[in-house]
Design a binder for this molecule. Structure first.
Ligand code: FNR
Length: 371
């Protein structure tokens, strides 16, 4: 097992996390739905996209900075919402918040965090988004969104792929539940902070009980009546839904399959990205998450039209390995790899990354017409 000091890529954190964490917790973080086909495909699809690097470009200065919803960040790599981070490390979301702020990037806090919006805000300055699950009791949603606003969160990432929880068989076998010393902190005062121990996944039972599966596009408009924060629709995979998201007033789209934890046999997000980008017609920014493990993956997503990417599991695994220092290291490795990819591709700024810098299976042979 490598120590954190010896880590040279973010995938290696998983091995350390697996060693350190109880099986029930590691399995919850690692698993995908059912056959886990989409889980493997999220990675495999990146490996089928190749580069068309440009050479002899002066790359002595490279600028990785970008702007997301008007907020300037150090790089187009952000932190996705992942639930229950205190199961990975006692400092949980506090550590992730500090590491993200130190890296100059955005952290998205899960509704199901084991630290509250107020607690995360107390860690100091930093640009943060709040991921929202819509509960059947809309008063809960209204209160929660207000609290996120007051705590200085800058956007709502509305998760739209979870009317019910996907079947994650390891969680069912392990009868997954939240360890008794932890709660879903944002819901503690509402007596909805605990998962019951069931004969199934405790989280699946919680979702079935609390999450509003009637959620639909009208609710995206409703959300805009209760908050002025911009809304990112997280979980879009098609052109059709991209067009409706635009009509519904979304400020941005996150192409996501929930880390392949919901519907199995959806395509890898990197395969769905270009369809969404084309349908968006530049009217709103499109982001991607799912399987991003290398700086080259970040570059590929940007070349196919993403404005930025989010990472999920590398954060929980690096958090488990070494707390805040681990997450800092994961973000630093991805940043360095991405910068190197830009240099070796002849790109000095994100604007210079173009569709022509990559080739995909669905590209026509592009050699002859351009000669
Ligand atoms: C998630 N994801 C997630 N999404 C969300 O909207 N709310 C949540 O609470 C969670 N919780 C969560 C827990 C864990 C352990 C994982 C792995 C994922 C999905 C997450 O935001 C993101 O879409 C994926 O994690 C991206 O894929 P990678 O980077 O994990 O491959």
């Amino acid at each position: 097992m490598p120590s954190t000091m010896e880590i040279t890529n973010v995938t290696e954190f998983e091995e350390i996390a697996k060693e350190k964490l109880p099986k029930m917790i590691y399995d919850y973080y690692a698993s995908g739905a059912e056959d886990q086909w989409s889980l493997k495909e999220n990675r495999n699809a990146f490996s089928r996209i190749l580069f068309r690097p440009r050479i002899l470009v002066d790359v002595s200065e490279i600028d990785l900075t970008t702007t997301v919803l008007g907020f300037k960040i150090s790089m187009p790599i952000m932190v996705a919402p992942t639930a229950m981070q205190k199961m990975a490390h006692p400092e949980g979301e506090y550590a992730t918040a500090r590491a993200s702020a130190a890296a100059g990037t955005i952290m998205t806090l899960s509704s199901w965090a084991t630290s509250s919006v107020e607690e995360v805000a107390s860690t100091g300055p930093g640009i943060r988004f709040f991921q929202l699950y819509v509960y059947k009791d809309r008063n809960i949603v209204i209160q929660l969104v207000r609290r996120a606003e007051r705590a200085g969160f800058k956007a709502i990432a509305l998760t739209v792929d979870t009317p019910l929880l996907g079947r994650r068989e390891a969680d069912i076998k392990n009868r997954f539940t939240l360890p008794s010393h932890l709660t879903l902190k944002n819901f503690e005062s509402l007596n909805l902070g605990n998962l019951d121990k069931t004969n199934d996944s405790g989280l699946a039972a919680y979702v079935a009980g609390q999450v509003d599966r009637s959620l639909n596009w009208k609710d995206v408009k409703w959300l805009q009546t209760i908050t002025s924060l911009p809304i990112l629709v997280k979980g879009v995979l098609t052109a059709e839904d991209t067009r409706i998201a635009i009509q519904s007033g979304a400020a941005g789209i996150i192409v996501s399959n929930h880390g392949a934890r919901q519907l199995d046999y959806v395509p890898a997000t990197i395969m769905a990205l270009e369809e969404v980008v084309k349908a968006a017609q530049g009217r709103l920014p499109v982001f991607l998450d799912g399987g991003v493990r290398r700086g080259t993956d970040v570059f590929k997503a940007l070349a196919l039209g993403a404005s930025g990417v989010f990472i999920g599991r590398p954060v929980v695994f690096s958090l488990a390995a070494d707390g805040e220092a681990g997450v800092r290291k994961a973000l630093e490795i991805l940043r360095d790899e991405f910068e190197l990819t830009m240099a070796l591709s002849g790109c000095r700024s994100l604007k210079e990354i173009t569709r022509d810098h990559v080739m995909t299976e669905w590209d026509r042979p592009r050699v002859s017409p351009r000669l």
